[in-house]
Design a protein around this ligand. Structure first.
Ligand SMILES: [Zn+2]
Length: 114
């Protein structure tokens, strides 16, 4: 269900940009950046996008998904590191006071038109 909601949002956003004249032509490919923290399954999202886009202005467009790893930055010592899994602490000093600096992205990076 998570992916279906996201697919709907993506389609809405694209249709708005097409209606607004920001995108001219037939959309052939959409590049989307998805942070791992969003817990989106790329295959599932691609599949649902294909189904939900039927009958819309982006029907038949390919969804290309780039997964963004989760990265944290320690508030105590400033070290940046990749986060793998739900529990983590700073690789430098062991602090749990960590800012998530990437991995929450869910954005349309580029749209290709024919
Ligand atoms: Zn640290």
């Amino acid at each position: 269900m998570h992916e279906a909601t996201i697919a709907c949002h993506l389609i809405d956003a694209l249709v708005r940009r097409i209606d607004g004249g920001e995108i001219a032509g037939t959309v052939s490919k959409i590049h989307v950046r998805v942070g791992r923290m969003t817990a989106v399954a790329p295959d599932n999202l691609r599949h649902l996008f294909g189904i939900l886009a039927e009958g819309s202005a982006v029907e038949g467009a390919d969804l290309e998904i780039e997964e963004i790893p989760v990265r944290g930055k320690c508030k105590a010592c400033g070290v940046e590191f990749d986060i793998d899994g739900a529990f983590f602490s700073c690789r430098g000093c062991g602090s749990h006071d960590v800012d998530i600096i990437s991995g929450r992205e869910l954005m349309i990076a580029a749209v290709e038109v024919d």
